[in-house]
Structure formats: structure tokens, C-alpha cells
Design a protein around this ligand. Sequence first.
Ligand code: DCT
Ligand code: MG
Length: 499
Amino acid sequence: MFHAPIVPRARKRSRPAEASVTRRAEVKFEDVRLYLVERKMGSSRRSFLTELARSKGFIVEDVLSEAVTHVVSEDCQASSLWTWLKTCGLKDLPMMHVLDIRWFTDSMREGRPVAVETRHLIQDTLPTVTEGTTPTVSTVSQYACQRRTTPENNNKIFTDAFEVLVENYEFNEIEGPCLAFKRAASVLKSLPSAVQCLGATKDLPCLGEHTKAIMEEIIQCGRSFAVEKILSDERYQTLKLFTSVFGVGPKTAEKWYRRGLRSFSHILADPSIRLNRMQQSGFLHYGDISRAVSKAEAHALGNIIDEAVHAITPDAILALTGGFRRGKEFGHDVDFIVTTPVLGKEEQLLTNSIERLKQQGLLLYCEYQASIFDMSKLPTHRFEAMDHFAKCFLILRLEGSQVEGGLNSAAGDSRGWRAVRVDLVSPPMDRYAYALLGWTGSRQFERDLRRFAQKERRMLLDNHALYDKTKKEFLAATTEKDIFAHLGLEYIEPWQRNA
Ligand code: DCT
Ligand code: MG
């Protein structure tokens, strides 16, 4: 869980100067900020539409700034509109909806911001439409939670390259392009076949010019020079190495890099560095826990946890979650949810289970975090890195004899056991569906579920709850299907969430 920065940072949106918003009526839609593009629309029509929208409770910004969420244009020439938008120096441009006037008129008719559909989007990826040709409309959603993504990735050659760029942007804290490449990789992962030529991507969402340039290089040369440059960069290599240690995040890695440290032996030999308990275990078990966990190993761990959980609480509920629930063959850890039908007893169940593993001599490391869950503090508008349920981050000892087909060990390793990272989270039973949905991932799937909920449904989703801002109420759910139904989304099976 600690191998990489965990969550998308909440979008930084500077509050616009209140003076720039003339409020004719009460603002009804705080999260939607429109900007009407004057080009092609003309100034008098723009003023008219501005007043109309404001009278219906919409915020319309006079100036195009990072505060804007929806750019509306009557300019049907996508290329000239995008050329202009890109000269405006907006860092958050990839996050904005750039929409056709039809979205605006639909919203005025409904008296609320309607869901953004593909037909509303003015995409910067569309080729210039010449006379006699008709642009085709994308059927792939911009939201990962409206796509089905199996573990089979037909575009690994591109997504591996994008993941290097993403990591490098994360190390340099450059958010816009980082998110853009994450979204692009996610779209490519959902495709049923490999992209062979750039023309095949013309109707896909989330692929911008930069993304396409990298893809073009890979199609032409089999590799991207920009990516190769990063891979051979000393800073990138060092930060990648350091953050591969359990308990070392990008901040610590950067600090060590700045001190001139370049290898594990440098770190371990530096008397001024005090490793915390987690990092000490990270170094101690580095060989084991940096090696992938197989499905058979995850299954064996499931049996061990099952025994530990039920030994004390016969009616305990245990569910495999994370990547293995999504059908992945390998993972960096194994994630489980444990709970009990008796509300309030879940935390004790977790501590008892840990104690049991300890008595069995299987507990190599345990970081326990008590619950700070408080329903009265919800909903939270800003998504936090971690949910508030009781949880523990473990390193467990796994015997080869318990694994069908044996351990995924390094060549020549004759110990007969290995260390494996395991996470257990223990939500109260009435939060189970939300915790299961959140912990099943993938991260991009979760990110887009939250974005979809907020932007399209005026709802707030996290691992604890779903809150409807229009009705001002929490929505109850006992299964994941209930949550998809509340969001008005088709149900996506766990193995289709590998976005
Ligand atoms: N998750 C979450 N909140 C966090 C971290 C993770 O809700 N702070 C969710 C998203 C994915 C899931 O938990 C499991 O996380 P990981 O184990 O990091 O990811 P994974 O998909 O299981 O992938 P891996 O194979 O690397 O373990
Ligand atoms: Mg996992």
C-alpha cells in the first residue's frame, strides 16, 4: 500500500473572485462553473445566455480561469477551439469539460446541469472534419466506471510507457499531465485489441496531443525516446528504487536523494538516518516483499486468515479484495476485509485475529491503525488518502507447503517460506458494501467513480458512504450493486474494474 503515492490529490481550484460572478438568483450548483466562449457565439448572445443560466442558479464565470469546470462553445471546429484553449495557459485544462452548446441547452431545459455525455464533448483528438466526411461519435466513456476493463491488457506496450511518465510526474509533483496520462493508460487498457495505428484512436476520450505523440513514436520505432530518457535518468532511478521499500514514500526518497544517497547500502551505512519500524521491516524483508505475490499464494493466505478470523468469531465475514478480487494473477500484497454482523465488534475481531497470527508465529510485522470512523463527521468533501476504518498493514510468514504448486520464490532460495505483505481492513457491517467497493479498486476505477458521482450526479462517494447533495441524505447499501444502482451506473463486475 505504500509503494507509491496513493490517491489523487484533490483538485486545487482557486476560489474565483466573487466580484466576477454576478448573482442574479440563488446559486444552486456550487460545483459547476461555466464559461461561455464568445468566439462564434458573439457577445450579445453570450450575454443573453449568461443571464439565462444565472437566472436558473448556475454560476457563469466572465473570465476563463482554473475555477471553470465546464467550457461551453458554439464553435463546432474542435481544432480551432482547442488551439485557442491551449494558448490560455490553463493547468487544469485536462480536467475541464469542453462542451458543445447542446449540453448547455439541455441543462437550461432541465433546470440543472445534465450528465455530460460523449455526444456533448468537443474533443481535441478529433481530426479536422473535411467536407463530405462525418465525424464518428465515441462510444467509449471518459469515466473508467462506465468501461469494462479485464486483467488482460492488449496495449501494454503503450500503458507501460505511460506509467513511467506518470511515475516521473509524481516524483516531480506535476499533477495535470500526470492525471492525463493515467486516464489515457486506463482508456487503452479497456480496449478489446491492440492499437496498431494512430487513426484507430481518433474517437477515444482522454487521449491528448502529448499522449498521441508518444504513441506515434512507439508505433513507428517500438519505443519512446522521452520514456527512455526518463528510464536512464539517475534521479528517476534512485527515487524508484527508494520508494520500492515498504514504508518509504516519495518525500523520504527525495530527502535521501538530496543528501546524495544513491543506493540501499548508502542509506544503511548513513549514521544520521533513523529508519522507522516500518522501513526497518521493509529493508529486512526487501527481497521477499518486492517480489510479486501469486494467486496461489494469495489463496493460501486466505486460508490462514480465514482460520484466524473464525477461530475466535464463528460468524465473522471475510472477503478477498484488491487486485486479486479483480482476477489478477499477481499482486504486490493481498488485501482482505474482515467484519462481523455484530455492529461495534469489528475492531475487536481484527485485534483478536492479529493476536492469533502472532501466537502461530506468522506475524513478522504489524502496523495497527485503530478506527477513527465517525458517521457524524460525514460527508467529507475532500477525498482522503486513507479511510477511517480499523486496519492493519502486515508482513506474514507463508510456508511453501501451504501453497498449491509452491512458492513464487527467487531462484536458489531453499528456505521453504517467504514473507508477504497483507492488508486487513475492518469496517462496521453497515459500511461493508462501501468498503468492499473502495478496496476492490483499481485506483483509477475508484477515482472515476468518485468523479462521476460528483460531476454527473451531485453525490459524494468514498469508502464509507454515498451522500446525495440534492436530497441531502446518505444512501444505504448492503451490496455493491446497490451502490451502482444509486449512481445510475450499469453494474461492473470486479474483474471488469482493472482500469
Ligand atoms: N485503496 C483505498 N485507499 C487507499 C489505498 C488503497 O481505498 N488508501 C484501495 C484501492 C485499491 C485497493 O484499495 C487495494 O490497494 P492496493 O493493494 O495498493 O492495490 P491493488 O489494486 O490490490 O494492486 P496490487 O496488486 O499492487 O496490490
Ligand atoms: Mg493489493
